[in-house]
Design a binder for this molecule. Sequence first.
Ligand SMILES: Cc1ncc(COP(=O)(O)O)c(C=O)c1O
Length: 412
Amino acid sequence: MSRKNFFSVLNQEINRIDKAKTSKRFEKIITGFTNERSPKAIIGKKKFQVFNSNDYLGLRHHPALKKAEHQATEIFGAGPGAVRFISGSLKVHRDLEKALAKFHKKNDAMIFSSSFAANLAVLFCLIAGQNKDSLVDSDVIVISDALNHRSIIDGIRVANLPKEQRTIFRHMDPTHLEEVLENNKKIYKRALVVTDGVFSMLGEYQKLREIRTIIDKYDKEYVNGVLLVVDDAHGVGIAGKTGRGIEEIEGVKADVLIGTFGKAFGADGGYVVGSQTIIDYLRESAATYIYSNSIPPGTAAAALKSIEILDKPLGKKLLENSKENVAYFKKQMKKVGYFFAVDSSHPIQPVLIGDPFKTSVLVGKLFKKNIIVTNISFPVVPKGRDEIRVQISAVHTKKDIDQLVKAFKQEK
Ligand SMILES: Cc1ncc(COP(=O)(O)O)c(C=O)c1O
């Protein structure tokens, strides 16, 4: 008997994953970027046009963000030095929280090291009490969209509710959500509905207006009401006319909104915005906030700069460019005979291929033409709906998009 046996189990598991062709560890290492409007990634000796980044506005290479990052690092140091409640609460963190609250028109905000960490804490704290002394009970039914992000699934998992209190509503099906709320109204004291704002595999916008109406209807049917929690990681900064995300697209508000700086905002880290009560409670109870460092001051300053930029002429121009580029890409692809898995105006554009083998071969062929895109197959999407996920940036030029479409056309 020895731990060697356990390592052997781990090796068998790695082999199983490799055989299933779902391994993720053979990552392409980017050694640098070219210095142009839409920077190309350098991999080995070649330069690649990146069509699979979440940097939807091209802000991560923007000189203003880099400058803000350097300046904050000079003042505050490279890291936060401690968790927030010890000595890691720096002015730049608080400035960023205030800017976020204003940006989303909420009372307050709090920053996490990532939006994954934010989801884990928010869901845990809103589902369960922290310890035996907590006044927050778990007399709750949690209702989650079937295609929610892994961080939401894990957030619900860590709350460790009995199985019957964790339910799923069919993907983007508000009628099913209503059924679940109706069926549970006499059973639990409260309900918590959680969903992605924008679904990252297909760029779909959740039907938040319908969901909000249903939730408001059922709020009085539960003693402690119904709460709407939305993770809008792919929406904030990019979706909607002014980049306010799914709330702007659908014209309604979430009760608790989670976002990330790691996508459209071009920096890194996660955040939550909501009412003062929600944020004060989370600051007292969120383990990934209390016991884990916040983002480095330089990153916070870069995120703050990008929030400022978004409401300035540059931000407005980038948002317009993004919409124009997405529309142009769709039009050109349709001209050369491709279809999309859904019709969305989001920079995530799922090019429907319909076969896992063809999809991965096509991604390989595009790579040989110095273009990086991502293939998505079952079980992430249903069988026969295999797609190439293209992500269009506001700083891609028409020429970049023409080259991509040409490459797709040549391989048709
Ligand atoms: C919907 C959603 N939530 C959360 C995350 C995690 O973001 P972060 O990198 O900030 O942890 C992602 C990232 O892919 C996402 O798509």
